[in-house]
Ligand binder design. Structure first.
Ligand SMILES: C[S@@+](CC[C@H](N)C(=O)[O-])C[C@H]1O[C@@H](n2cnc3c(N)ncnc32)[C@H](O)[C@@H]1O
Length: 272
């Protein structure tokens, strides 16, 4: 058996170990939410004390319902844009390109910090029409290698909150200016979500800091010209939330009537 890969990450890049581990655990459940066999296949090749992630099979739906939701939105975009370009930003070890397995007309770019991309390169095989970019998503220089002619889907799952508002807004504007048309699909935390980051075990244990608070779509639309809102919802409103363990449904039932709690985390989808 090949030697295990030792992983030593801190801050925002470390958080992707938690989301990745949730997907690997989910794949072993009798009724998986995401069923990510690629995560399951590689998790044992990583030398890491997974207990540090604070993720267990019981709390894995807090991650996998979100990933399943963004898989659905991405599938919808790809179904009508078979010649799309996908910018999967802050990809971590997520295997979305493998799960969705888009057709040969789609060019897919996974972007994350160099340490994360190096790990990806060692864990996952190459694919046709699949590219890795080892850079901060906020560094404008990598856009030079992105073709400008295709309908472009930006996916930022678990990303925006790690950016400052200025960097995040500049990134979204850059995408809208760069591509002829497309969609932005990402999740965000409200001001209350950012303020209560000390309660988020994944963030706390990684020593990461959350910055950018988005309370509502107008915060984005006013900052990024050219956007049209397609969808905005609480994770509790996602259909993926309806068939999970009773304690999550109970939490959703308690939080949903209170807007400040319902929208602490949100899913955003815009066309441009
Ligand atoms: C919570 S993890 C989410 C990973 C993956 N999207 C998922 O859902 O499993 C956050 C990811 O965003 C990445 N990230 C945060 N800020 C970034 C930046 N400025 N540039 C590139 N990646 C960034 C981190 O390295 C990490 O992989």
């Amino acid at each position: 058996m090949s030697e295990k890969l030792h992983v030593d990450l801190t801050g925002a890049p470390q958080t992707m170990l938690a989301t990745f581990y949730a997907k690997a655990l989910d794949a072993d459940l009798p009724n998986p939410i995401l069923g990510d066999r690629f995560a399951k296949e590689v998790v044992d090749r990583i030398d890491y004390d997974w207990r540090k992630t604070a993720i267990t099979a019981a709390n894995s739906p807090s991650v996998t319902t979100r990933s399943a939701h963004f898989d659905n939105w991405a599938r919808q975009f790809l179904a009508v844009n078979p010649d799309a370009l996908v910018l999967h930003l802050g990809c971590g070890l997520d295997t979305r390109a493998f799960r969705l397995d888009p057709g040969p007309g789609v060019e897919w770019y996974d972007v994350d910090y160099p340490d994360v991309i190096r790990l990806r390169e060692q864990l996952f095989g190459a694919r046709d029409h699949y590219h890795l970019i080892a850079a901060s998503v906020t560094d404008p220089s990598w856009f030079a290698e992105i073709p400008r002619t295709r309908p472009t889907l930006m996916i930022g799952e678990g990303l925006t909150m790690y950016l400052t508002r200025d960097d995040g807004v500049a990134l979204l504007r850059r995408i809208v200016d760069h591509a002829p048309s497309g969609e932005l699909q990402f999740d965000a935390f409200s001001r209350l979500g950012i303020k209560s980051q000390w309660m988020n075990a994944v963030v706390r244990r990684a020593g990461a800091t959350l910055h950018w608070a988005i309370d509502k779509p107008d915060d984005v639309i006013e900052a990024v010209p050219g956007l049209r809102l397609l969808s905005w919802m609480s994770p509790f409103d996602s259909t993926r939330f309806s068939d999970i363990a009773w304690y999550y449904r109970l939490m959703a039932a308690v939080m949903t009537p209170i807007p400040a709690l319902r929208y602490m985390a949100q899913y955003h989808r815009y066309a441009f």
